[in-house]
Design a protein around this ligand. Structure first.
Ligand code: MN
Length: 325
């Protein structure tokens, strides 16, 4: 079935007149790497599809091949000639539907992902939940269709794979991840570029904010979790972007052996974002219950109209701000 769908997707892509690509609402190394690798392939067939991103691409990804094609302009959907929409790493069906509602026509929808919480909203769904990254799903797509992966595409895919596996350290890392990575390197993936994108460009202010969060680590042995938090004030005082502090949960996951980890932070829309990592629990169930998504061992959700209240002993609670309209 997997091979059949890979071939179907290939056929639809080659026949599309005006395809549009959509990267996950949370712009990250995997959603970008997977969609830009597909742009690379399409450009060999004389097509340069737009890649819609919900926010400006974070600076750390500025060296990714084809990244200049990403756009935050919703107007691109106001085009009746769009006949195909391909989503990458998007597990949130409602987000995709909001974008599809902007298109005057009825394009075919292809959904390429690896999240267990993906609701299979596409006309064609290639959702491989045993895959470590959507970039690895894309790698399988190219293999199945006999496509030679260029250096640029290999660099995009290796970025996605490194991002989702925490550079081959987290629980998503399986033998498929190593297998794909070794072949991508053989295809000319620029490893140094990937390492730089992943690790070597944290700003000093971002690291200071990490420092604040590290000081606030709170351990609840009874419940088996470790948590920390960042308020809007912390984030704004140090002028760091949300993206710059995103790596904190992954970093903590790497360096502690806490069974379960919660990182809470106030977002800029009166919400509290909860990012979860666990060695033992299926945190995607918790995320799903709160309208979020993710994987068994790494998931997250947002509590709307809420703020964090914290006391001296580093304990926190989430307090409702009441309904706002
Ligand atoms: Mn992913």
């Amino acid at each position: 079935m997997e091979a059949y769908i890979h071939r179907q997707i290939h056929e639809k892509l080659l026949h599309a007149q005006n395809p549009v690509f959509v990267s996950d609402e949370r712009v990250d190394g995997d959603s970008l790497g997977a969609s830009l690798a597909m742009v690379d392939y399409m450009s060999r067939h004389g097509k340069r599809p737009n890649v819609y991103v919900s926010e400006e691409v974070p600076a750390q990804y500025s060296a990714l091949p084809h990244v200049e094609i990403c756009t935050t302009d919703l107007e691109i959907f106001n085009d009746s000639t769009i006949d195909l929409v391909v989503t990458f790493d998007c597990s949130d069906g409602e987000y995709v539907q909001r974008l599809l509602d902007l298109i005057p026509g009825e394009p075919l929808v292809i959904n390429i992902d690896h999240h267990a919480t993906n609701p299979h909203y596409g006309d064609l769904n290639q959702v491989l939940v045993d895959s470590p990254a959507t970039a690895e799903v894309m790698y399988r797509f190219f293999q199945e269709n006999g496509v030679v992966i260029t250096k640029d595409a290999a660099t995009c895919l290796l970025t996605g794979l490194c991002f989702d596996t925490g550079a081959f350290t987290n629980r998503a890392t399986n033998e498929d991840a190593f297998d794909a990575a070794s072949r991508l390197v053989m295809n000319g993936a620029r490893v140094q570029d990937v390492v730089q994108t992943m690790f070597q460009n944290r700003s000093i202010s971002a690291l200071r904010v990490w420092g604040i969060a590290l000081e606030r680590l709170y351990e609840n042995k009874q419940m088996g979790f470790v948590s920390t938090y960042l308020t809007r004030k912390d984030i704004e005082e140090h002028e760091v972007t949300d993206d710059e502090i995103d790596g904190l949960s992954n970093f903590l996951n790497l360096v502690t052996d806490a069974p379960t980890l919660f990182v809470l932070r106030e977002d800029n829309q009166r919400g509290v974002k909860v990012s979860m990592r666990s060695l033992v629990r299926d945190v995607s169930i918790i995320a799903h219950a709160f309208g979020g998504g993710g994987h068994k061992r790494a998931a997250g959700f947002t509590i709307r109209d809420a703020r964090l209240m914290c006391d001296e002993s580093l304990r926190w609670r989430v307090e409702s701000l009441g309904e706002t309209k």
